[in-house]
Design a protein around this ligand. Structure first.
Ligand code: NAP
Length: 454
């Protein structure tokens, strides 16, 4: 295993840009973390290309093009008026319309949406597709709400947001708490208000009304395709490995499916109430029944599966594995968890979620020589397949599952190639964090420079 240098400090040439981010965005810790992670990689890039500094590209990129915050009033089943807050951060449109998901979770704040939007710019650039970066959401919690309540919330949310959207302007999709049901209600309201069947305005739609085959599976499948490329590149294989996947939502379920198909065994998965260990390998059919159909807690899986155990306290990262795929949420895997994983012989981490590993955890992985695939590269398959959905909508076409999945596989391979090549070009072989940040940034920065002071 090769140990990578731990460059976490920001180059002095970039420090003032970062200080300005801290001053202008007080209290937005996740946003600070995401910016620090990217700027921490860019020292060698601006030393080689000082014109990025001269044109203040970094300062410009740290400021979103537009930030929208709005009230979302709706009525619950008891007739009580509820108020939530809605957000859309239209971060960068230099490569195409703003593109990125909506998150409905009580923890959502402006800083959460900004961190996700900032990450999305570089992720979308890495796909090589014509999409800019944006993200949105609300502090609404769909858990425990009836379908009728979720529908009324989505309708109210879209009644404000629709004026900012359009297939050439801003194209949201799902994220935590926003799946096929929510996209259906959001699209229905958009269509109603605008009197237009503008299929390309939202992605993650149902197959009967403009959705793409393989979009549901894309983020989880793509993460595993990326992990497979990482393994291949290092002369390893996912076949026969022991894998832990955190979460049990959209990304986690399809990561589990793909790992199993490729001959790995997923021995644990989780939700916010705890985790299950199933040494025989997670039974996907049962997991989908519990989480997707019945919307139950993960303990219901262990209750129905002989040999499986549910652990309410502790961390899923205590479970020994060769490959870790964090697919739940940001900062779910900290330094202590990383040390525990390394002590158990961990070889590969690929982030299915956005920023699930803390900076301390990433440092531990790098020092231990664990292969680490950051989310902006590893989980880009979801947004890439959203762009494929937009292509199908624009051409009034519908591709087969096999064709779309094959395109997804090619895109993940080419992202891997791009990241590896960039890292090698800068004399940092195997440094996926550097390769992803430098490559994504360069593409966005060059487009910005070509367009003048924007
Ligand atoms: P999801 O379907 O809503 O599932 C989220 C899963 O993570 C659930 O099992 C949830 O458990 C768990 N979780 C959420 N917050 C948690 C917390 N604070 N602590 C512990 N567990 C928590 O969402 P998803 O679409 O799979 O998204 C998962 C991650 O992937 C997010 O970081 C998202 O930004 C990222 N991502 C998603 C896509 C996509 O296409 N969907 C694309 C790229 C990246 P509970 O049910 O108990 O809350």
């Amino acid at each position: 295993m090769t140990t990578l240098a731990t460059e976490t400090t920001i180059d002095p040439a970039l420090q003032s840009a970062y200080d300005e981010v801290l001053r202008r965005n007080p209290g937005e810790h996740e946003f600070h973390q995401a910016v620090e992670e990217v700027l921490g990689s860019l020292g060698p890039v601006v030393r080689r290309h000082p014109h990025y500094l001269e044109a203040s590209v970094i300062e410009r990129l740290c400021e979103p093009e537009r930030q929208i915050i709005f009230r979302v009033p709706w009525t619950d089943d008891a007739g009580q008026v509820q108020i939530n807050r809605g957000f859309r951060v239209e971060y960068s449109s230099v490569l195409g319309p703003y593109k990125g998901g909506l998150r409905f979770h009580p923890s959502v704040m402006l800083g959460t949406v900004k961190f996700l939007g900032f990450e999305q710019i570089f992720k979308n650039a890495l796909t090589g597709m014509p999409i800019g970066g944006g993200k949105g959401g609300s502090d609404f919690d769909p858990k425990g709400r009836s379908d009728a309540e979720v529908m009324r919330f989505c309708q109210s949310f879209m009644t404000e947001l629709y004026r900012h959207l359009g297939e050439y302007t801003d194209v949201p999709a799902g994220d935590i708490g926003v799946g096929g049901r929510e996209i259906g209600y959001l699209f229905g309201q958009y269509k109603r208000i605008t009197n237009r069947y503008e299929a390309g305005v939202l992605t993650g739609k149902g197959l009967a009304w403009g959705g793409s085959r393989a979009r549901t599976e894309a983020t989880g499948f793509g993460t595993v395709y990326f992990a497979r490329e990482m393994a291949r590149h290092a002369g390893l294989s996912l076949e026969g490995t022991r894998v832990v996947v955190s979460g049990s939502g959209n990304v986690a379920i399809y990561a589990i499916a793909k790992v199993t198909e490729l001959g790995g065994t997923v021995v644990a998965c989780s939700d916010s109430s705890g985790y299950v260990v199933d040494e025989a390998g997670i039974d996907l059919e049962l997991l989908r029944e519990v989480k997707e159909e019945r919307r139950e807690r993960i303990s219901a899986y262990a209750a129905r599966r002989p040999g499986a155990t549910f652990v309410a306290a502790g961390s899923i990262w205590d479970v020994p594995c060769d490959v870790a795929l964090p697919c739940a949420t940001q900062n779910e895997l900290d330094e202590a968890a990383a040390r525990q994983l390394v002590s158990h012989g961990l070889e590969i981490v690929a982030e299915g979620a956005n920023m699930p590993c803390t900076p301390g955890a990433v440092r531990v992985f790098r020092e231990a020589g664990v292969l680490f695939g950051p989310g902006k590269a590893a989980n880009a398959g979801g947004v890439a397949t959203s762009a494929l959905e937009m292509q199908q909508n624009a051409s009034r076409d519908s591709w087969t599952f096999e064709h779309t999945d094959a395109r997804l596989g090619q895109i993940m391979t080419s992202i891997h190639e791009r990241v590896v090549t960039t890292a090698e070009d800068y004399g940092r072989p195997g440094d996926y964090v550097f390769g992803a940040n430098a490559s994504g940034f360069t593409q966005v920065a060059d487009a910005m420079l070509a367009m003048g002071v924007i």
